[in-house]
Design a protein around this ligand. Structure first.
Ligand code: SF4
Ligand code: SF4
Length: 440
């Protein structure tokens, strides 16, 4: 065997964007007396990656907010964390980076719309690739270019025209109050100061199952003698999901409208039914309000501070096996895991058990980041809906009730119970409905 001295150029000469020039495969390599000839040697051939078109990668990473997409070093920590990949979506930041690296135009690709902004990949990424910043920035560019799924276009139009994604009239926003069985102060009609300005939200106000939760909330507040009022027809969509789905202008319009309403009344704090409204009012609205913002709590946070008065009112046992789904925007986005659990643990007779994916590792329902209106689109690109995956997990742990505290979730999970042929096996209830049922 002929000995060949290693004469490779130093590795520092290699740049992934330039064709390697001096690397050649050797038939035989012996270094310091050790024969290292073999297939590994081909590693030093110039690779195809050097000739891909990086136009779309460069376009994406040049958008303010989306720069971190370029920081990925392909470690793949994010893929098992991504619920979309878990539901057969062939997805996650690593895969998106790789597609961009090989010339795919993400602005005309389904990858642009499948992320639910659940933040689970951000939690594990060592390079701080931040999909929660990347996606809204990239989608805003795609929206400007007119590359938007039809389902989202319809939702944007409804929100823009009617102030809610369902396209319902503002007048109907208070229709649910008639069935609550308690008096509800509507602030535009009675502007007396209140302790709590309750931000009801679109799904509580307009969706049938949301109405059930809204009415339950009004009754629980009344039994606790909470002095509260609502904005009624003057409330508009909180806009957070629209922002993340790529419409920052629409979000700003909604935020400014709601802020203007808040400023008309005297109240000690805002209580939001939903984690998305809570997130928007807490973290985004201050940008349009001189940075000062409003005191805001999610309803589970608010009620968990009143357990001393709430617990004695829970007299009717709820003897069922219950598990709880952490909403991404209450949990990972805002760090609240205890408040909903404290409320559930106060329920008499309850048998509470966690699912495997809970708290920081909670699994997304698929409704965030615009996913609420993209079920048809997602079905074309995934083998199952995220909500279906989650319902199966709840059943696997033996739950009879899946408790939630996000207005998107009751309808999502009830649909998923049906579509997975689990009708009658799992009930989906908002925590507020459970509390209401336990009160005489
Ligand atoms: S975890 Fe971060 S660095 Fe690793 S592959 Fe995913 S996005 Fe890239
Ligand atoms: S934010 Fe969630 S859905 Fe989006 S890529 Fe990361 S893990 Fe997947």
């Amino acid at each position: 065997m002929t000995e060949t001295k290693s004469s490779f150029a130093p590795l520092t000469a290699y740049s992934p964007r330039k064709k390697a020039q001096s690397f050649v495969q050797k038939d035989s390599v012996v270094i310091e007396g050790v024969d290292i000839s073999g297939q590994w040697n081909k590693m030093f051939d110039a690779r195809e990656i050097t000739s891909y078109d990086l136009t779309h990668m460069d376009k994406l990473t040049a958008i303010p907010g989306a720069e971190s997409m370029g920081w990925c070093y392909q470690c793949a920590q994010c893929i098992p964390a991504c619920p979309v990949d878990n539901a057969g979506g062939d997805y996650g930041p690593r895969k998106i980076f790789r597609r961009l690296q090989t010339g795919v135009d993400i602005f005309n690709h389904s990858d642009m719309w499948l992320c639910t902004s659940c933040q689970n990949c951000v939690r594990v990424c060592p390079k701080e690739v931040d999909m929660v910043q990347i996606m809204p920035a990239a989608r805003a560019a795609a929206v400007l270019e007119g590359n938007v799924p039809d389902e989202l276009v319809e939702m944007f139009q409804n929100v823009s025209e009617y102030g809610n994604p369902m396209g319902q009239s503002a007048r109907k926003r208070v229709k649910w109050t008639r069935g609550a069985g308690v008096d509800i102060r509507i602030l535009p009609k009675d502007a007396q100061p209140v302790d709590v300005l309750w931000f009801v939200g679109d799904y509580y106000a307009y969706h049938d199952r949301g109405n059930d939760a809204a009415q339950a909330m009004a009754r629980v507040f009344s039994r606790l003698e909470i002095d509260f009022g609502i904005l009624g027809a003057d409330e508009r969509c909180d806009g957070d999901s629209q922002r993340i789905a790529g419409e920052p202008g629409l979000f700003e319009e909604l935020a400014r409208h709601n802020i203007e309403q808040f400023e008309k009344y005297e109240f000690a704090k805002i209580v939001a039914s939903g984690p998305h409204a809570y997130n928007a009012i807490k973290n985004e609205y201050p940008k349009f309000n001189g940075g000062s913002g409003f005191p805001i709590e999610h309803y589970t946070q608010f009620l968990s501070q009143h357990l001393d008065r709430l617990t004695p009112l829970l007299t009717r046992p709820f003897a069922k096996k219950v598990t709880f789904h952490d909403p991404c925007y209450l949990g990972r986005h805002n760090g609240e895991y205890d408040a909903p659990r404290k409320l559930l643990q106060a329920v008499p007779g309850i048998e509470f058990g966690e699912m495997f994916r809970c708290k920081q590792q909670g699994y997304c329902c698929g409704g965030g980041g615009g996913g609420m209106w993209l079920d048809g689109f997602a079905a074309e690109h995934q083998t199952e809906r995220l909500s279906e995956n989650r319902v199966k997990e709840a059943i696997q742990v033996g739950a009879e009730v899946l408790a939630v505290c996000c207005p998107y979730e009751v309808s999502r999970f009830e649909d998923a119970v049906k579509s997975t042929d689990n009708d009658g096996k799992l009930e989906v209830l908002d925590i507020i409905e459970i509390l209401d049922q336990c009160m005489e």
